[in-house]
Design a protein around this ligand. Structure first.
Ligand code: PMV
Length: 350
């Protein structure tokens, strides 16, 4: 009740979508359902110190300062200010406190890895800890659900970073507890071949994204293929849930690669149009296809809204795939950089 100050730290992971979210309605409501693997190593750690503002300090709407990897980061402030504006209705205490936010990523900065999912989910979880300090009656389920709800308002895909190992976001016929407002952990039992799946991220282009995801989602309004795409995502989610249960790895590869290419096809066929893949992205994709037909491997790729390639493969292929990466694929990575990650269990209180 009278909590006037405190400090909390959360570590929250990134996630990689298998069925992609691309296109949204008002208030960060997704145009189609999506599903992702929660990652393990790629994460943001955020410490939030909060102290009650006195009445005289309350001229600004929100009061916070921000350290990113130990230094002030004024260019991130508008995004966080906007996040506070969006969540104020649901956690009114945000206007009563001064916050010191200290945040850092486990992955190299400007690696072209989107940090919005891990960053926004970590901040949302910290704010939920403040809510819990003010109201101890909050249950764990409510805590996670509302953290995901708040994270969504920061960045849509961030709502899929609270829990592991797989999270569904967006209403659909197959997961009845799913919601447009927050992500839910996939409760169906996953086949053992998909346990501990690996994700090695090849850093092809570490440059600034040519198109922000906000602009990208907007381009789905009036996109000639939008309705078909949204339907396809629903069908693909349905198929993927079956595949995850029956262990059909060939089906998994086909669906996941098709989703990645479709995401990029949407960008290529919007107005204005974009090509976010780089020559090295395509070379990697071709190498993966050659490798698969030569070896019968279950290695496949997925892409985000950028040039980097996520290599997905079962744990029992770890050694052979890493050898393949070192021998053949590292040459296409900027400065030879790649990140080894795997499916993770979600965010943790530090
Ligand atoms: O969360 P946003 O608004 O940055 O959108 C992310 C969209 C993709 O990463 C391309 C796909 C996804 O589902 O994560």
């Amino acid at each position: 009740e009278n909590q006037i100050e405190g400090t909390v730290t959360w570590k929250s992971p990134s996630n990689i979508a298998l069925v992609k979210y691309w296109g949204k309605k008002e208030n960060q409501i997704p145009a189609n359902p999506s599903i992702s693997f929660t990652l393990d190593h790629c994460a943001t750690t955020t410490t939030l110190a909060y102290v009650k503002r006195n009445k005289e300090q309350q001229q600004e709407r929100f009061s916070f300062d921000l350290l990113f990897e130990g230094s002030p980061k004024p260019e991130f402030k508008p995004k966080i200010g906007k996040f506070f504006e969006r969540v104020e209705k649901y956690i009114p205490f945000v206007k009563d406190y001064h916050f010191s936010i200290d945040t850092s990523n486990s992955f190299p900065h400007s690696s072209g890895i989107a940090s919005s999912a891990s960053g926004m989910s970590a901040l949302a979880l910290c704010l939920m800890s403040v809510e819990k300090a003010l109201n101890e009656k909050i249950t764990n389920d409510y805590f996670n659900q509302k953290a995901s709800f708040l994270a969504r308002l920061g960045s849509g895909s961030a709502c899929r970073s609270i829990e592991g190992e797989m999270v569904v976001w967006g209403q659909n016929e197959d997961v009845k507890e799913a919601s447009d407002l927050y992500g839910v952990k996939l409760s169906q039992e996953i086949h053992s071949v998909f346990k501990n799946y690996q994700d090695t991220i090849l850093l092809v282009d570490k440059g600034q994204k040519q198109v922000s995801s906000t602009v990208g989602h907007d381009l789905m309004h009036g996109h000639p293929f939008a309705e078909m795409r949204f339907k396809q995502a629903e069908t693909n989610l349905s198929k993927l849930i079956k595949i995850l249960q029956n262990g059909d790895q060939k089906g998994f590869i086909e669906l996941v690669e098709s989703e990645a290419l479709t995401l990029h096809a949407m960008m290529m066929t919007s107005l204005p149009y974009f090509i976010l893949m780089k020559p090295h992205t395509l070379q990697i994709i071709n190498k993966i296809w050659e490798y698969r037909s030569a070896t019968g491997s279950n290695l496949c790729f997925t892409l985000d809204a950028g040039a980097n390639v996520h290599l997905l493969y079962p744990e029992n292929e770890k050694d052979t795939v890493l050898t393949f990466i070192k021998n053949e694929l590292v040459a296409y990575c900027e400065n030879g950089q790649y990140i080894c990650d795997q499916i993770g269990l979600g965010a943790s209180l530090m």
